[in-house]
Design a binder for this molecule. Structure first.
Ligand code: HEM
Length: 369
């Protein structure tokens, strides 16, 4: 099997080294050897994998490559595996659970009480992503298994850590889950916009209510990451400079699908790292705020839709506040890895509103009755 799949075989060898040391200390000659393999390969999975491993060498160490998103996206789009963003997020978090259980007791693994908390949040995330009831135990259908496809085999190789520090594994997976969760949120908000343009306010309200629920899952990721100590974070973070969730395409896509950001924010660091999304904004893509203002220019807004938008604004504000607290605890006065001022940048972001064009700045929504 390995002989028939040289790309996978090579990646598995490289991955064993990642497990042992992380990519940050890979010697120069190994990096050049891997770059030659990449140049000579037409296998999209191997190329995506090596793009991540070689990102620092290529001078493009950004969020997308640190999180191996090109590889994750290939797995997501594989028709044989039949995954959607929620199912894939559940699989990635199930992998975190297995990894934590497998490595429990190692010198830099969390103490039993912290591990129990981490596993609890991870299990809740899996259950939520599978659409199962929120319990503190295992999802009722058990942990999902990766598909028995080639893409499924590559999924096991999609945590290209920079260090051998135990906690980097679950941190990286949490950020991949963030990207997938916001993929679902973008689909909800875009779907609501389309429904509203078609005159179906009820469908738009349903989709936004779903988005509010999905935000609960996004918030779980902060609780999960809060089980890491600032010391563990600081240990691998010294090698992640340049990669930051400020470059998350899906987070910014969610924001612009709700409404065009202010000119000030569009011109700021917030959008510097997401040129594709900024281009989408200038290309004039539709957004929910615009559709809402057009639909209700001369009649009262649909009450359930208005209420769902107000709730989405509210859960997003709470999400930002939790992120701010987590970053304060982990970073203190240090700047962010995305070259922002760190916590002061995030404090400024608390003032932004998704639906600022729909109403007054402090109370952006029409009364939801
Ligand atoms: C150790 C934990 C974390 C710290 C210290 C932290 C810190 C920061 C900082 C300082 C920024 C500003 C940009 C920069 O310079 O990097 C940022 C941006 C961001 N972070 Fe985090 N973060 C953490 C965890 C997370 C997690 C777990 C998520 C998602 C689940 C996340 C999502 C985001 C997003 C979406 C942004 C962009 C915000 C914007 O531009 O408005 N962060 N983070």
């Amino acid at each position: 099997m390995e002989q028939q799949d040289p790309g996978l075989a090579l990646a598995r060898q490289v991955y064993a080294r990642i497990d042992a040391t992380g990519t940050a200390v890979f010697p120069g000659e190994l990096l050049e050897e891997l770059a030659a393999h990449r140049a000579g390969s037409a296998d999209p999975y191997l190329r995506a994998f090596l793009d991540s491993v070689l990102a620092r060498r290529d001078d493009r160490f950004v969020n997308r490559h640190y999180l191996a998103l090109p590889l994750v996206e290939l797995v997501l789009s594989d028709p044989e595996s039949g995954l959607d963003p929620d199912r894939l997020a559940a699989l990635l978090m199930a992998d975190v659970i297995r990894h934590e259980v497998r490595t429990a007791g190692r010198p830099d693994a969390p103490a039993p009480a912290v591990l129990a908390k981490r596993l609890k949040h991870a299990r809740r995330f899996v259950a939520h992503a599978l659409g199962e009831p929120d319990t503190d135990g295992c999802p009722v259908t058990g942990l999902p298994e990766p598909p028995a496809t080639r893409a499924g085999a590559w999924l096991a190789l999609s945590v290209p850590r920079v260090s051998a520090r135990h906690d980097e594994y679950f941190f990286l997976r949490a950020l991949q889950c963030h990207e997938l969760t916001f993929t679902t949120l973008v689909a909800d908000v875009r779907g609501a916009t389309t429904a509203l343009r078609a005159g179906d306010s009820r469908r738009a309200a349903d989709l936004l209510e779903h988005a509010v629920t999905v935000f609960g899952r996004a918030a779980l990721l902060f609780r999960l990451v809060a089980t890491m100590s600032p010391e563990a974070f600081g240990d691998f973070r010294q090698h992640t400079e340049g990669a930051s969730a400020v470059q998350s395409d899906q987070y910014k896509r969610f924001e612009v699908s709700c409404g065009r950001p202010t000119a000030e924010r569009l011109a700021s660091l917030a959008f510097d790292g997401v040129p594709t999304v900024r281009a989408e904004v200038f290309a004039g893509h539709d957004d929910l705020s615009r559709a809402y203002l057009d639909a209700y220019a001369d009649r009262p807004p649909h009450p359930r839709l208005a209420a769902a938008m107000a709730r989405l604004e509210d859960v997003h504000q709470r999400w930002k506040t939790t992120h701010h607290s987590l970053a304060s605890r982990m970073l203190g006065d240090l700047p962010g890895s995305g070259y922002s001022s760190g916590v002061p940048y995030l404090s400024g972001c608390l003032r932004n509103r998704l639906f600022w064009r729909v109403g007054a700045a402090e109370c952006p929504m029409p009364a939801a009755s």
